[in-house]
Design a protein. Structure first.
Length: 164
């Protein structure tokens, strides 16, 4: 990608970045991609081992993460909450890039397109918009966690907490 193409891609992402900044991870139906809800889990994950734009339950996300040694590509858990929220607890091994960070999309666009990404925000709303935009930018294996980190905690799944 040339420098001009990178700049054009970033400029095209500014409206979405502004929406994510303003909406945070609160309920935001206007951020939903056309065609939501995405295809079913079994049709996408079961046979192919990919998560092409779907929303999965926290347990399904944990299963995918725990079985990543069997996967042909690496799995990256991307936590889009603020640094403060992340420090209070997160999915083990998650990378924190806050969607409110002005450099969010430039950092995302620098990531490898062939990895599998599990996107987790606070409540599961803005992560759907992130998934949709990443797919438009050429990331094929991107999915989000239903209910976000709040849903993860509600299901009693493992949480890594910072030591005081």
């Amino acid at each position: 990608m040339t420098r001009h193409e990178q700049i054009a891609a970033l400029v095209g992402l500014l409206p979405l970045a502004l929406l994510l900044l303003l909406a945070g991870c609160q309920s935001a139906p206007h951020l939903r991609a056309p065609g939501y809800p995405f295809s079913s889990w079994s049709a996408t994950i079961g046979d192919t081992g990919t998560c092409a734009g779907i929303t999965m339950t926290p347990q399904q996300a944990l299963d995918l993460i725990e079985n990543q040694s069997d996967a042909e590509t690496s799995i990256v858990v991307l936590d889009t909450r603020t640094e403060a929220e992340y420090s209070r607890g997160h999915i083990s091994g998650a990378v924190n890039i806050a969607s409110s960070d002005p450099a969010f999309w430039s950092r995302i666009l620098d990531m490898p397109r062939d990895a599998t990404y599990v996107i987790c925000c606070r409540s599961g709303n803005s992560s759907r918009a992130v998934v949709a935009q990443m797919r438009r930018q050429g990331f094929e294996n991107v999915c989000d966690v239903s209910g976000g980190f709040l849903g993860w905690e509600r299901e009693g799944l493992p949480v890594q907490r910072q030591r005081d």
